[in-house]
Design a protein around this ligand. Structure first.
Ligand code: ADP
Ligand code: MG
Length: 201
């Protein structure tokens, strides 16, 4: 189970990758949305980092839930409540003696909670198009490197899709040919956490 220092490190890893890619996320959102996704995510993860000391004092599952609540309050846009829902549900589903199969199940339920909250499903060019393939890869006990590959490929696979949810859906067919920004930020976070886990073991 992850300890206090691990939780601080994980928050740093997530905040760092979002900060490093904020301009890229904003560019993606400028193409098919309103250009605020990088800024929204950067603000949310900076707030999470500022609160890392308090969050990391909690047991890991509660810390994940607290991180989700922080995102709901600070990210804003459509993606804030959706990312927040993901982490809040994940925190409620995981427990300290969990194996990979149990974590896969929790990840899958957290993805379903995003779908319920967003009234969305796979194939609509949203973050779900990364979350579900990753949930499947986790259930198949894929390695961290393979999971990162799955996430990155899933981001590219959003390009030919027509957006059916969020602001990008206003563009209809004109959203085709562009990567979904929320898919990209989701894959960045998954890749960063996977890389951290590899270095740790
Ligand atoms: P906003 O669209 O309010 O400007 P952001 O730009 O921060 O919010 O986030 C946009 C991202 O949120 C999209 O790229 C998409 O991945 C995700 N998203 C938007 N609406 C939904 C939804 N209903 N279900 C799942 N994901 C969604
Ligand atoms: Mg936006």
């Amino acid at each position: 189970m992850l300890e206090k220092d691990d939780i601080v490190a994980l928050i740093d890893v997530c905040a760092d990758v979002i900060e490093a890619h904020a301009d890229e996320l904003t560019e993606l959102d400028s193409a098919i949305g309103d250009g605020d996704h990088g800024y929204n995510m950067k603000r949310g993860f900076a707030a999470m980092r500022a609160d890392a000391e308090a969050i990391s004092k909690k047991p890991f599952p509660e810390a994940v839930t607290a991180a989700g609540m922080k995102l709901v309050m600070t990210v804003g846009g459509a993606s804030g409540p959706l990312f927040g829902t993901f982490f809040m549900t994940l925190g409620k589903q995981i427990d300290k003696d969990m194996d990979q199969a149990g974590f896969a199940e929790a990840f899958s339920k957290a993805s379903d909670a995003v779908a319920a909250r967003g009234k969305s499903k796979a194939g609509q060019k949203t973050m779900l198009d990364v979350l579900y393939p990753v949930a499947k890869a986790l259930a198949e006990e894929k390695s961290t490197a393979e999971i990162t590959e799955v996430a990155d490929a899933a981001v590219e696979a959003t390009k030919p899709l027509t957006a059916q949810r969020g602001r990008a859906s206003f563009l209809g067919e004109r959203s085709v040919g562009h990567v979904d920004p929320g898919s990209k930020s989701t894959a960045l976070l998954i890749g960063a956490v996977a890389h951290w886990l590899e270095q740790r073991t």
